[in-house]
Write a new protein. Sequence first.
Length: 507
Amino acid sequence: LTKLKKKPGYHVVHIAAEMAPVAKVGGLGDVVTGLGRALQKKGHLVEIILPKYDCMDYSRIKNLKVLDVELYSYFDGQTHKNKIWLGIVEGLPVYFIEPHHPAKFFWRGQFYGENDDFKRFTYFCRAALEFLLQSGKKPDMIHTHDWQTAAVAPLYWDIYVSQGLDSARLAFTCHNFEYQGVDAPGALASCGLNVQQLHRPDRMQDNFVHDRVNLLKGGIVFSNVVTTVSPTYAQEVRAPEGGRGLHLTLAQHSKKFLGVLNGIDNESWNPATDPLLEFQFSADDLSGKYANKAALRTRLGLAPSEGDDDRPLVGCITRLVPQKGVHLIRHAIYRTLECGGQFILLGSSPVPSIQREFEGIARDFDQHPHIRLVLKYDEALSHSIYAASDMFVIPSIFEPCGLTQMIAMRYGSIPVVRKTGGLNDSVFDADDSSYPEEKKNGFTFSAANEGGLNFALDRAMAYYRTNRQWWRNLVTRAMKMDYSWDHSADEYIDLYRQCLERSKTKL
Ligand code: ADP
């Protein structure tokens, strides 16, 4: 008998600014955890490095302990002490870096939005690499995400390879080209990078404002493989508008750039086991879904169903930022009411004028039997809304991938979405005859205006009202679709493999 030799997995270290559920602002947090867990399940050794924020949800970290090491990392001409903590989040080992820098970088009560974000995260990048060097780890892949950890790439090649941290190849995933991390060149020097070398058009000089440097660009230029989060978005960012100036850089690096559709974590997003739901349910038995709908209506003070429940419940869970099509979200509320539906919005905005506008709408509908706006971040309520709603509106102007349409489908809520980015790669219109029947799972529109949204929402409402059996079949089909990480994680493993096979080749 020949013994099958088990192929050893890769050692992958993700360095990121977010990780669900402990430090999550948006989809990035879900991706780090979902991809990490999927890679781990497939036999790879996955470790995560995160900042130790004061505002994390510490209750979701198991066995958190401080390590008996003193890590000194460089910043602004000095070395600073860091404490390193180790804990388990969703089964993944996570190292948390706590800088003892006088600026208290991660002791701010929020994840982002500080004036010195550029400094805070370039400090973190340097400290994360210092930790990998000092701890003697020899990862195969270092995978970084978004501008916050993009500086890892130039730091790795310029400073750490010569010190012996040289086992790894670098993967960089950009989750949104709108946020790039741009600052004066001097800011780059703080973490020890050589500004003269890097402030050049083919390296980190910003493509718009030439006396600035751009971290996202550095991540693209200096990583071995660069991905974004859906194939359609990967096309969109190759054009000037989508790429926000980086289309030129992507053109130069097109051979190593591609889109891999994100997945969702099928274990944490599972209506059959979700502990945050009052009633669990599955595609084979939707009675729990209807019970959740009734319970949520009562909880939020909405009118209960009458007779055949022909008032569909429309949900929307989102950051309220221009990217998400806030004017169309507002319109969807009124349109749903006109069409005789109910609407629940869960969202909050970092933009004060938008937050104020929606607070105004929330007040207008205070006590209204069919409309409720909940303007905060609330993980538990989000699960209840996915489970309770019949439809889920996502009218984004652009959407790199979008996870809410996938979660909504898994919970039997039919997405009504604008055809852009990852929405275009995951939602297929029920009335579009160019798709096979088994692929159809929602309603889509193209024009980013009220007429466009009406076109999709009105059709969804009409089907719900006039053909309930057809609707139930659509719900069942959407719930059974596989948007798990399983397939996408294989794509990442393939990319890692290609990178490592080329590993002797220079960038
Ligand atoms: P983005 O990353 O642009 O915010 P995604 O669709 O990729 O958008 O991911 C959004 C994630 O954040 C989803 O898991 C969604 O459920 C969650 N989310 C967004 N807003 C809220 C909120 N107000 N309360 C709870 N969860 C939210």
